[in-house]
Design a protein around this ligand. Structure first.
Ligand SMILES: Cc1cc2nc3c(=O)[nH]c(=O)nc-3n(C[C@H](O)[C@H](O)[C@H](O)COP(=O)(O)O)c2cc1C
Length: 333
């Protein structure tokens, strides 16, 4: 399958693995790259630019295919040294960067001078247009369903993707709630040139995270996520657990007066405890509604091959079957 996204990033399949804190290590990025998608190392999980340079080198040892790095601009207790991270990305020979959070405008000259293609992940049409205007090469349009930060507009992908298609000139991928061939074909039908998956890639053999996390994703349904930090306009979709219940109780008590310090224990330093140690109730960690569509833990290659094979069947058989009057069976693929 050839799309503007496979051409832009020089990849075989129009599937991107979004940056994920304490998940997007070299092992996962290389597995996705080797399976023909765009794997992405999460830049800020590496605590210093030097450590990021090492992670990039490690990933080059595991694949000869292109892979990218995520740079997230979110409110943080201390601002990371972004120019040094960008230098490590450039020196590591990386040609694709996924930016997210705030606008990457101030870093665009450095990224473009290094010949890097920038895909900005954002949750609204207006932010997508801004990304286009500042010279991003593509956008990852992240609907309200997504794991992580869905923004504050709450527009699901059935509306957001066609709206993006109506307005954007640069190519975009659908992000949030994407799990399988049905997601990919639907995304393409709505104007996207591919899809970005986060949560689905966590439940794969190569994802370098604790088995407890993978099992929790298989066990969870689409009803099991919660939105936290709405009152401080830093909304995050997370998997429900006792720590999240407690956090939501604090949020209800404090109302509009909520401060980040009130929920520090439930959100700070949680990721290594969950992803590495498998302490599932250590605090709040991002997870998409798509958990309801995750029923197995395949290898990354099995997952991507299955998506591409079934997408072809869906298009060639089910969809053209409707046109040919064959009345395909109720089953999707
Ligand atoms: C555990 C986890 C951690 C994430 N961390 C980041 C991050 O550090 N930076 C970022 O831009 N997006 C992050 N995301 C968002 C993903 O890159 C992706 O946009 C999102 O998961 C898409 O929605 P989905 O989970 O429904 O596929 C994270 C998502 C998850 C599930």
């Amino acid at each position: 399958m050839k799309t503007a996204i496979t051409e832009l990033f020089n990849i075989k399949h129009p599937i991107i693995q979004g940056g994920m804190h304490y998940v997007g290590f070299a092992e996962l990025a290389a597995a996705v790259a080797n399976a023909g998608g765009l794997g992405i190392i999460t830049g800020l999980t590496q605590r210093t630019p030097e450590l990021l340079a090492k992670e990039i080198a490690k990933c080059h040892d595991m694949t000869d295919k292109p892979f990218g790095v995520n740079l997230t601009f979110l409110p943080a207790f201390t601002t990371p040294p972004y120019p040094e991270y960008i230098a490590a990305i450039k020196e590591g020979g990386i040609k694709a960067v996924e930016t997210a959070g705030r606008s990457p405008e101030q870093y665009m000259p450095a990224l473009k001078a290094a010949g890097i293609k920038v895909i900005h992940k954002c949750t609204s049409v207006r932010h997508s247009l801004k990304a286009e205007q500042i010279g991003c090469d593509a956008v990852s349009v992240d609907g309200f369903e997504c794991g992580g930060h869905p923004g504050e507009d709450d527009i699901p992908n059935m509306i957001l993707l066609p709206r993006a298609a109506d307005e954007l000139k640069i190519p975009f991928v659908a992000s949030g709630g994407m799990a399988d061939a049905r997601s990919l074909v639907a995304a393409l039908a709505m104007g996207a040139q591919g899809m970005n998956m986060g949560t689905r890639f966590m439940a794969t053999k190569e994802a370098p995270i604790h088995d407890n996390v993978k099992k929790a994703l298989v066990a969870a349904s689409e009803l099991d996520t919660r939105l936290i930090m709405r009152a401080i306009r830093n909304t995050e979709r997370v998997l429900k657990n006792p720590a999240v219940d407690h956090l939501l109780e604090i949020e209800r008590e404090k109302g509009a007066k909520l401060k980040i310090d009130d929920i520090h224990d439930q959100v700070a330093g949680v990721y290594p405890k969950v992803m590495i140690d498998g302490q599932m109730d250590a605090g709040a960690w991002s997870c998409g509604m798509v958990a309801g569509l995750i029923h197995d833990i395949p290898t990354v290659k099995e997952l991507i091959d299955r998506i591409m094979t079934e997408a072809e069947q869906l298009i060639r058989s089910r969809l053209t079957g409707f046109l040919d009057g064959d009345a395909p069976s109720k089953k999707a693929a």
